[in-house]
Design a protein around this ligand. Structure first.
Ligand SMILES: C[S@@+](CC[C@H](N)C(=O)[O-])C[C@H]1O[C@@H](n2cnc3c(N)ncnc32)[C@H](O)[C@@H]1O
Length: 275
């Protein structure tokens, strides 16, 4: 087993988890049926789902999209995965999906939430042939990720990277800021690198999602819904793979995804490759 955690509690004072205020990672964990959440997260999730009853189903569809995208890219030869906005560990984690296809797959996880950092050591495991590592960093500072020692240690600079930014850029409401950050992550990656994105949309249930987004914002969690055209802008200059930007359940669906009703899915997803 070979894995690294950058910021450990040995190096820094214990993180202030602010268990009294809701965090997106812990609300998401609760919505997926996880146990790494606190009363404030459950209360926020309860008030959000009162307005947005299909949110747990939509989040499950997003998590299943992560699995299908990772398998798809691993089956096409990608062996280096950079997952920004990892979230709390949930079975299966991205590295488990990639390493099932090829145990030599290497995965670098990045998140900015102290609770995810706390759980990283216990839950980031790897096959002996592969590698997983974790960097405590923020998407707003691409250099902190791209210039980290873990990035240099985990990735071969000549091999393409599969970058995933799933259910994270919708927390960056400003289009220009969000698109610029994605570009700054993708531009330094080698040719043929892939980028997978998923983010909230109201196309399939406008009133429900509008109420739900307002409830997120009322709980102090910034969230923004985007149209298809707004999502497509993130892929300018990249080769968007079939079927383009679609509801996540419609992206190369397996039997389970094919059963999911569109009106229960409020996330667009797509994958593109760098020329
Ligand atoms: C809704 S979860 C998504 C988890 C996983 N990507 C998935 O799709 O299943 C969003 C995660 O992004 C993290 N996050 C939000 N903003 C971030 C930022 N600016 N930099 C790094 N991580 C961020 C949160 O802490 C949370 O763990």
């Amino acid at each position: 087993m070979d894995w690294v955690v950058k910021h450990t509690t040995e190096q820094h004072p214990p993180a202030d988890l602010r268990t009294d205020v809701p965090h997106t990672a812990r609300v998401y964990d609760y919505l997926l049926g996880g146990r790494d959440n606190f009363a404030a997260d459950r209360e926020a999730a309860g008030s959000i789902t009162a307005d947005w009853p299909n949110l747990p189903k939509s989040m499950r569809a997003n998590r299943d999209f992560m699995c299908r995208v990772t398998r798809f890219l691993a089956e096409r030869g990608y062996r280096q995965f950079l997952d920004i906005g990892t979230g709390l560990p949930t079975s299966p984690n991205l590295h488990e999906v990639a390493q099932k296809v090829d145990p030599t797959s290497r995965v670098l996880y990045v998140d900015n939430d102290p609770i995810v950092l706390v759980h990283a050591r216990a839950l980031l495991t790897s096959t002996p042939e592969g590698r997983t590592a974790y960097v405590d960093a923020d998407l707003h500072q691409p250099a902190a990720i791209l210039e980290s020692t873990e990035f240099a240690e985990v990735f071969d600079p000549d091999e393409p990277v599969a970058l995933s930014l799933l259910a994270i850029v919708h927390f960056i409401p400003d289009d220009e800021v969000a698109i610029d950050l994605v570009r700054r992550m993708v531009d330094p990656l080698p040719p043929r690198s892939a980028v997978a994105l998923s983010m909230t949309t109201e196309i399939s249930a406008p009133e429900e999602v509008r109420r739900g987004v307002a409830a997120y914002n009322a709980n102090g969690l910034p969230l923004r819904s985007r149209t298809k055209a707004e999502v497509e802008r993130f892929f300018d200059g990249l080769d968007l793979l079939d079927p383009g930007v679609v509801l996540v359940n419609r992206w190369h669906p397996d039997a389970a995804a094919a059963e999911v009703a569109d009106e229960h899915v409020h996330m667009y997803g797509a994958v593109a490759v760098k020329p």
